[in-house]
Design a protein around this ligand. Structure first.
Ligand code: APR
Length: 229
C-alpha cells in the first residue's frame, strides 16, 4: 500500500517546537509580513536573519518525539511505499530516522544563496553575512520558503499524492496551500484519507476518518495498526 503522510508543526509541538497558529504560536509573537515574506527580508534583513538564527538554534536543542519515531519505524517496514511530506523546516524527521522525506517549505539546516542559488547545509548563524561556499558572495539567506514563494518538489509530491492508496495528515491546520489542497487531490484519485490532529482542522474536503489527540499518542497507535494489518 502506498502511503503519503503530510506533517505540520503539530508533530513537533511536543518536542518543544512552537506551532504557528495555536495560542502562543510563532505568528502571535511575530508579524508574518516581517519575517516570512521576501518583502520583509528586503525591508529589514537583520530582523529576519535573527529570527531564523534563533529558530535554528532552538531546533538543535530539542529531540524527535514518539510520533517522529513511529513514522521512521513505518518507513523501516514499508520502505519507499511511504513518503513523508513535511511542511516543517526542523530536522526532527531525519533525526528520528526518516529518509523517504520531502521538505516542501525548506530547511533551517540549509542556507540559500541569492546570487548563485546554491543551497549549502548550514548550522551556523547567518546574521554576520558569511560567504557562500559556492560563489563567495555574502548573500546567504535562510533556505525557508516564504509566503509568495514556490515550495520545493511539487511535482514529486503531487505524483505521490495522486498515486497513493492512503493519505494521512498529521499536526497541520490546513491553512496554507498547496499543502492544504492535497487531501482533496488524494481523495479525488481514490485514496482513503485520515487526519491525526489535536483537534479536527477545517480542511476544505472532509477526511474519511479523523482521530483527535496528541501526535505522540495517535501517530504510534495508527502506525501499529498499519503494521499489524
Ligand atoms: N499533536 C497533534 N496536533 C497538534 C499538536 C499536538 N501535540 N499541537 C498542535 N497541533 C495541531 C493544531 O491543532 C493545528 O491544527 O497542529 C496544527 C498546527 O497548525 P499551524 O500552527 O497552522 O501549523 P502548520 O499547519 O504546520 O502551518 C502550515 O504555515 O506558517 C506557515 O510555512 C508555515 O509550514 C507552515 C504552514
Amino acid at each position: 500500500m502506498r502511503i503519503v503522510v503530510l506533517t505540520g508543526a503539530g508533530i513537533s509541538a511536543e518536542s518543544g517546537v512552537p506551532t504557528f497558529r495555536d495560542s502562543g504560536g510563532l505568528w502571535e509573537g511575530h508579524d508574518v509580513e516581517d519575517v516570512a515574506t521576501p518583502e520583509g527580508y528586503e525591508r529589514d534583513p537583520d530582523t529576519v536573519l535573527r529570527f531564523y538564527d534563533a529558530r535554528r538554534r532552538a531546533a538543535a536543542s530539542v529531540t524527535p518525539n514518539a510520533a517522529h519515531r513511529a513514522l521512521a519505524r513505518l518507513e523501516g517496514a514499508i520502505g519507499e511505499d511511504l513518503l513523508v511530506v513535511t511542511q516543517n523546516v526542523d530536522d526532527l524527521h531525519e533525526r528520528a530516522g526518516s529518509h523517504s522525506l520531502v521538505h516542501m517549505h525548506g530547511e533551517l539546516r540549509r542556507a540559500l544563496c541569492t546570487t548563485c542559488g546554491a543551497r549549502p547545509e548550514w548550522d551556523a548563524d547567518l546574521i554576520d553575512r558569511p560567504h557562500c561556499p559556492a560563489c563567495g558572495e555574502r548573500t546567504l539567506r535562510p533556505d525557508v520558503v516564504w509566503f509568495g514563494e514556490m515550495p520545493y518538489d511539487l511535482d514529486r509530491i503531487e505524483q505521490a499524492v495522486v498515486g497513493c492508496e492512503l493519505f494521512v495528515s498529521v499536526g497541520t491546520s490546513g491553512a496554507v496551500y498547496p499543502a492544504a489542497g492535497y487531501v482533496a487531490l488524494a481523495a479525488a484519485f481514490g485514496a482513503r484519507t485520515v487526519e491525526l490532529n489535536l483537534e479536527p482542522s477545517d480542511a476544505a474536503v472532509p477526511f474519511d476518518e479523523v482521530r483527535a489527540g496528541r501526535a505522540t499518542e495517535v501517530v504510534p497507535a495508527w502506525v501499529e495498526e498499519v503494521l499489524v494489518a
